[in-house]
Design a protein around this ligand. Sequence first.
Ligand SMILES: *[C@@H]1O[C@H](CO)[C@@H](O)[C@H](O)[C@H]1NC(C)=O
Ligand SMILES: *[C@@H]1O[C@H](CO)[C@@H](O)[C@H](O)[C@H]1NC(C)=O
Ligand SMILES: *[C@@H]1O[C@H](CO)[C@@H](O)[C@H](O)[C@H]1NC(C)=O
Ligand SMILES: *[C@@H]1O[C@H](CO)[C@@H](O)[C@H](O)[C@H]1NC(C)=O
Ligand SMILES: *[C@@H]1O[C@H](CO)[C@@H](O)[C@H](O)[C@H]1NC(C)=O
Ligand SMILES: *[C@@H]1O[C@H](CO)[C@@H](O)[C@H](O)[C@H]1NC(C)=O
Ligand SMILES: *[C@@H]1O[C@H](CO)[C@@H](O)[C@H](O)[C@H]1NC(C)=O
Ligand SMILES: *[C@@H]1O[C@H](CO)[C@@H](O)[C@H](O)[C@H]1NC(C)=O
Length: 518
Amino acid sequence: MALFESSPKNIFITLCIVGLFGIITFILSAATLGTLNRRFYSISSTVTSSKPKFNSVLAETIRIDDLMNHLKQFQRIADESNGNRAINTRGFNETVNYIYNYLQNQVNGLKIKRETFLIRNFALAKDPILLSLINGTVKNFTYSSNLARSEFTYVNYSTSTNFTDYVRVINIPNLGCTADDWKNVSGLVALVKGGGTCTYAEKGILAANSGIRALLFYNHGEKFYSLAPIITRLRYNNQLPALFLSYTAGQALADAALVGATVKLQIELQNLGTYPVDNICADTINGDPKQTIVVGSHSDGVQVGPGINDNGSGTAANLVLATNLARLYQTTTYIKYKYRIRFCWWAAEEIGLAGSSYHVQNARNATVVGERLQDYLLNLNFDMAGSPNFIFGIYDAKTAINGTPSSALPGSTKITELYRDCDYGPFLTAGIAAGGVATGSDAIKTAAQREKYQQSVGKNNAGFAGAALDPCYHQPCDTLKNIHLFGYENLVQAAAYGLEFLGQHENLLTWLYPDGRL
Ligand SMILES: *[C@@H]1O[C@H](CO)[C@@H](O)[C@H](O)[C@H]1NC(C)=O
Ligand SMILES: *[C@@H]1O[C@H](CO)[C@@H](O)[C@H](O)[C@H]1NC(C)=O
Ligand SMILES: *[C@@H]1O[C@H](CO)[C@@H](O)[C@H](O)[C@H]1NC(C)=O
Ligand SMILES: *[C@@H]1O[C@H](CO)[C@@H](O)[C@H](O)[C@H]1NC(C)=O
Ligand SMILES: *[C@@H]1O[C@H](CO)[C@@H](O)[C@H](O)[C@H]1NC(C)=O
Ligand SMILES: *[C@@H]1O[C@H](CO)[C@@H](O)[C@H](O)[C@H]1NC(C)=O
Ligand SMILES: *[C@@H]1O[C@H](CO)[C@@H](O)[C@H](O)[C@H]1NC(C)=O
Ligand SMILES: *[C@@H]1O[C@H](CO)[C@@H](O)[C@H](O)[C@H]1NC(C)=O
């Protein structure tokens, strides 16, 4: 998941091995594929059985060994590529080639396509400068690449800027996670405290429409480890200058902002051109192209680690789903779905959903039947499926992002219910109050959740309370050892169950969009 440099608990790493499980499903609509929402919520149903049973042929084909074989390949690729699989690295290219070649050579009945797009590349040309003017006194903030000594740092995907005048600073209320926090701030520099239920990238998206001149984030200081400035990023297509201050520097500026503090910023970036990245999509040759179900996951990792759980586990899950469905289609007994299934591996998701956004943008423009936005019925997204301290999270239609067309909501609710009410019910009993995109991966499993899991999946599989769901989230330790085998296999089986249920549905269009599509 791209998220979440931003969560306050981000740096809380425990040695206990425990983790996260997520199924993210949502209706594809103009607003949704490009802005994958990853909100998990708590399901309070009673825990009954101790083992999932499924009436799903596709789910029965899912084997942990197949999943792990792909993950071993991703681990090998990371090992051979400076330890990561981030975009613009050999590790990413090799990952994409592996997916493409595997689909091409190992399975029949899928139509595979690469979709290449360009990402801008740049570096800081020189140290950024931040000056404040408070009561006639200029302060020159200390910049250092050593964050412990720095009063501020650069935010990745900030734009260049060179203020000619000092500009008033405004404190953004409530951590800046809702549009209301960004009213009436036009022409000012926004000072935004870290934390809350949103990522820095999301604060940046809200800021984009507010008319502010620049963004100054600062650490929230609630823990000993949340004092220094944080290396984080905005979305790859951000258009605002942005810096990140330490808690002490930020809090002093916040106090001064109340009595008219002003600031001047200078950020100079060097343009390093663009580089190409590839999405891969594989379509079943059967099924109506005008009624396509997209099953997505992303192919890139972050820079700091091999990215095996995030999102190697989702990538491998999608590969196994695609392969196993294609193989079932080769048999005479398995009835082919009336819908086309399009499995996609999105590139550059870690920098702000670039791959899926590009795909949707293309679909908006497309005129070819099967490629238009209207040809998509539904999007299922699988991400970080193997966290060692798994919980079962389900995308919750109730927390759909602002701007999701109302026509997409009933279907999203039904898919939420589909996973909750299936034989996996007990397994999907999350009891996690994550409530935000940033919390799925480094949120802490509570004693109550552990208790529930112990009842449903047995003591040895219930993980540990008080530990991060994925303590290796975006860390070098996100390796093969960071996968919970039991949780991973079950989640992918649940995913297969869901896909088969939807694939075999008589009339998905009416089921998902009872009030019609926009
Ligand atoms: C995995 O991919 C999704 C998008 O598909 C992304 O939002 C998410 O942040 C990724 N997971 C992590 C832990 O970065
Ligand atoms: C990755 O592949 C692209 C072509 O798709 C190529 O232009 C680029 O140089 C490769 N990058 C690395 C780091 O190998
Ligand atoms: C920003 O992030 C991208 C993608 O992770 C990375 O390639 C690049 O080096 C970063 N740029 C800076 C200036 O830190
Ligand atoms: C602020 O400090 C930077 C780095 O030391 C220096 O280059 C710059 O000239 C200083 N600006 C002012 C106005 O003092
Ligand atoms: C920024 O503007 C100042 C004048 O306000 C000028 O001296 C300086 O060279 C400019 N810096 C850049 C990087 O353009
Ligand atoms: C917006 O701010 C200006 C001055 O900063 C103030 O005069 C105006 O009343 C504010 N408007 C609203 C709607 O708060
Ligand atoms: C600015 O000066 C006024 C009085 O001149 C003083 O009351 C106030 O505390 C000062 N503010 C700061 C932030 O130093
Ligand atoms: C789609 O069309 C718009 C407007 O014609 C254009 O700006 C954009 O680049 C196109 N997007 C893609 C992905 O081709």
